[in-house]
Design a protein around this ligand. Structure first.
Ligand code: PLP
Length: 442
């Protein structure tokens, strides 16, 4: 497995598929990388023209065990050989129960838990809010600046209005309130106290003033914000918010759709600060690429819902459950939390050294293998979205698939498959460093 380009990108076959796509697929779907995949494994994507590209995106944090983990592929084939669907709400099967047991044991906290399975992250978030409202008898939901929770109507309402995905849509689901987030790099640049407790106090005082703690059903937060720019809140922010939620009977929901399953160097990002959420939403890394999502939470909250109030025709599909059980085995056997930490250390050390050299890197941050480079105009903290686009384009032209994100469009994000080897990772980092140096010099 090596990076190897046999055509300029996109190659002729990718270009042909792009033409077909234009007259067949809705324009609103969008795509950040113009090459079409033919094969994918560990850290490499082979396109339809035979180019081998290093994957630093994992299909947006999904393929932590690689895009064709043999154990996942075998489990999928074996389950498909028995049955692909019966619907858990009609004729249940063991795989669903086994995934629920695994998630109840793996998620933070020793309390009694229950799990429901769905297909996508947005569905999991929708249902977490639904449960919190029913269990508390309250309506208001608190979300945060820079947040991203999905593209359905309620999850878009929870998503910050600065997110480009949200542009021109509406009206949105009511009773959603947005509060300031802890964004240490930008808080400091704006002259605010970037300390976690101070940031939490700002959010809590605004909640109290605008809504009142006893009217809030749930607070939903990404322990490390994903699409908003890999924003790691200052230490103390999450625990203070969780403590306030507990005191006020507010359901604390950790949206770990992007951070969950070893990505940040722990099974879940909230573990790093000892925060135990009332409900945790999960998807992406859970099933080795198969569509599966989950909410796991306090038994009293999830059992408060009447039978039939949760679920869906496809939720917890047996093939996806088989894939999840296999992916969880791979993650455990390969100790992918430890691998994520090692990847993070390797990458961050190099990127911080580069930051000292180029003057356009405002911040290098992240946890484990969820790493962000905030690109700015030289010597300032002003976001540089054009430079960010140029870096991603240069990296792609050299054979590295890399994603960008952020409220200001100026964050290059690294989300490599956790099974990527050091050689591939080092090669990709060299390409990225060159792309940043060249783009900065233009
Ligand atoms: N929540 C978070 C934190 C996410 O990062 C995402 C997707 O990026 C979602 C929810 C939505 O997940 P999905 O695209 O599977 O609906």
């Amino acid at each position: 497995q090596v990076r190897n380009l046999v055509t300029a990108l996109p190659g002729p076959e990718s270009a042909r598929l792009a033409d077909r796509r234009r007259s067949a697929v809705a324009g609103g779907v969008g795509s950040s990388v113009p090459v079409y995949a033919a094969d994918a494994d560990g850290g490499v994507i082979v396109d339809v023209d035979g180019n081998s590209l290093i994957d630093l995106g994992s299909g947006i944090a999904v393929t932590s065990v690689g895009a064709s983990d043999p154990r996942v592929a075998e489990a999928v084939a074996a389950q498909a050989g028995h049955f692909t669907h019966t619907c858990f709400m009609v004729t249940p099967y063991e795989g669903y129960v086994a995934v629920a047991e695994r998630l109840n044991a793996l998620t933070p906290g020793d309390h009694d838990k229950r799990t429901v399975l769905f297909n996508s992250g947005a569905e999991a978030v929708e249902n977490a809010i639904k449960v919190a409202r029913l269990a508390t008898g309250r309506d208001a939901v608190v979300a945060f600046d820079h947040a991203y929770h999905g593209r359905t109507n309620l999850t878009m309402a929870l998503t910050a209005k600065t997110m480009p995905y949200k542009k021109d849509f509406g009206p949105f689901a009511p009773e959603v309130y947005r509060m300031p987030m802890s964004y240490p790099y930008r808080d400091a640049a704006a002259g605010l106290d970037a300390d976690g407790a101070a940031a939490a106090a700002r959010a809590i005082s605004q909640i109290e003033k605008q809504i009142g703690g006893d009217a809030v059903a749930a607070v939903i937060i990404e322990p490390i914000q994903g699409e908003g720019g890999f924003i790691v809140p200052a230490p103390g922010f999450l625990p203070a918010l969780a403590a306030w939620a507990k005191e006020n009977g507010v359901v604390f929901i950790a949206d770990e759709v992007q951070t969950g399953f070893a990505r940040t160097g722990a099974w879940f990002a909230c573990e790093d600060e000892g925060v135990v959420p009332d409900i945790i939403t999960m998807a992406k890394g859970i099933a080795g690429g198969m569509p599966l999502s989950a909410i796991t939470g306090r038994a009293d909250l999830l059992d408060a819902v009447h039978a039939g109030g949760l679920g869906g025709t496809y939720g917890g599909n047996p093939v996806a459950c088989a894939a999840a059980l296999a992916a969880l085995d791979t993650m455990t056997d390969l100790d992918l939390p430890a691998r994520a930490r090692a990847i993070g250390e390797r990458a961050v050390t190099r990127l911080r050294a580069l930051a000292g050299e180029v003057g356009v890197i405002g911040d290098v941050r992240g946890r484990g293998a969820m790493i962000a480079i905030e690109l700015v105009r030289p010597g300032t903290s002003e976001p540089d979205a054009d430079l960010t686009k140029a870096v991603a384009a240069k990296a792609l032209a050299a054979g590295v698939v890399i994603l960008t994100c952020g409220t200001y469009g100026n964050v290059v994000r690294l989300l490599p498959p956790l099974v990527i080897g050091d050689e591939l990772l080092d090669d990709a980092l060299t390409v990225l460093e060159t792309a940043i140096r060249e783009a900065a010099a233009q």
